[in-house]
Design a binder for this molecule. Structure first.
Ligand code: COI
Length: 354
């Protein structure tokens, strides 16, 4: 396949790097590629960023058949631009495609196209502390058809957004709340896929949490409503009596790439790092015993996000006096040092763009 490039005549003004927020600004160009049964994936192109023209019957609008990814490009202090584990995102996208009946993308080709897009937009990769260029590859079902089946045609696109911290709190601890009335996903469903419906399913509980002053929802398993799953925008970790614990991937939890980096780093530091079932009761009991040392989330957008308060029913738990714990701090420093090229990447996680 030959990638074509069409550069925009007019470029947008650059935003103030110190005030980026998350996901509101988009760069000058995007990548597009189409799928049909006859041609497979075809017509890969980088072109000016612009609206998609969709028939109102387009299947993704009705049945949500879509997958997406999230990764970031970082600017190093000497001006290079680099990606963190991008091949893992391409792999995960294909695993999500399997669950949503979407044809696979060519991971190598797509990663090369993504790198070319970032290279063209390199001036958009911000350099202010804590900023990056968020990359959102997405595939949507495009048949104009109202019957329920997998679409025959698809559009793949990649858009880029210069971002600061995902949470308004930045690296300060967030408050999360356990939802009892709602569940995000069940085993056997699509909880481990990065698909829009999982996020739609989280909105009502998220709004209820916000009304109570909590940033995010901590989801329990959909069957017993007992075991901890994830936060929705991030995976979750606990430090209990020196053991780092995160829920095992059981089919309804997103297999986070930052989650994997956390486990790899912790094990390389000889910390006990377990992927296992962990119930909300165990967390509450650890708090009561005084062995709950830290809670934090991990994600591409959130990086490492300390949790300062957890609400479960009428119990409110203050974690680590509302301060950032040492494990969260060490992981945040280690991951961002690698991402921004401040230390040698001994794990092979970095891919240079320019
Ligand atoms: C990410 O961390 O990249 C995510 O996709 C989480 C959220 C922004 C949807």
């Amino acid at each position: 396949m030959q990638l074509t490039v069409n550069i925009a005549d007019q470029l947008k003004p650059r935003p103030d790097e110190n005030n980026l927020g998350f996901g509101t600004l988009f760069t000058d160009h995007m990548f597009n590629m189409d799928y049909s049964p006859e041609q497979g994936w075809h017509n890969p192109r980088i072109e000016p960023y612009g609206a998609l023209e969709l028939d109102p019957a387009t299947m993704v609008l009705h049945y949500g058949q879509a997958v997406f990814e999230g990764l970031k490009a970082f600017r190093t202090s000497d001006g290079r631009v680099q990606l963190f584990r991008p091949a893992e995102n391409m792999k995960r996208m294909n695993r999500s495609c399997d669950l949503l009946c979407i044809p696979h993308i060519d991971e190598d080709f797509t990663l090369q196209a993504l790198k070319k897009l970032v290279e063209i937009e390199k001036q958009w990769v911000p350099g202010a502390p804590g900023t990056s260029l968020y990359i959102r590859p997405t595939i949507i079902a495009t048949d104009p058809y109202l019957g329920v089946r997998a679409s025959h045609t698809y559009r793949f696109f990649i858009i880029l957004s210069p971002v600061g911290a995902y949470y308004a709190e930045g690296f300060n601890p967030v408050k999360i709340m356990v939802s009892h009335d709602h569940v995000r996903a069940v085993r056997g469903g699509v909880g481990e896929a990065k698909t829009p419906g999982n996020y739609a399913a989280s909105l009502l509980a998220g709004e209820k949490a916000q009304q109570e002053g909590y940033t995010q929802v901590l989801w329990l398993d959909g069957v017993e409503r007992k075991y901890i799953e994830e936060v929705g925008s991030m995976n979750i970790f606990f430090v209990i009596d020196g053991e780092l614990v995160t829920p095992a991937l059981n089919g309804s939890i997103l297999p986070g790439i930052t989650r994997d980096a956390v486990l790899t780093l912790a094990r390389s530091w000889n910390m006990k790092a377990s992927e296992r079932r962990i119930s909300i009761d165990e967390v509450i009991a650890a708090h009561e015993k005084g062995t709950l040392e830290e809670i934090f989330g991990s994600g591409t957008a959130a990086v490492i996000s300390p949790v300062g308060e957890l609400k479960y029913g009428d119990k409110i738990i203050a974690v680590g006096d509302g301060k950032v714990g040492p494990v969260a701090q060490r992981l945040f420093d280690a991951i961002t040092d690698i991402q921004y090229g401040r230390v040698e990447d001994t794990h092979g996680w970095i891919e240079a763009v320019v």
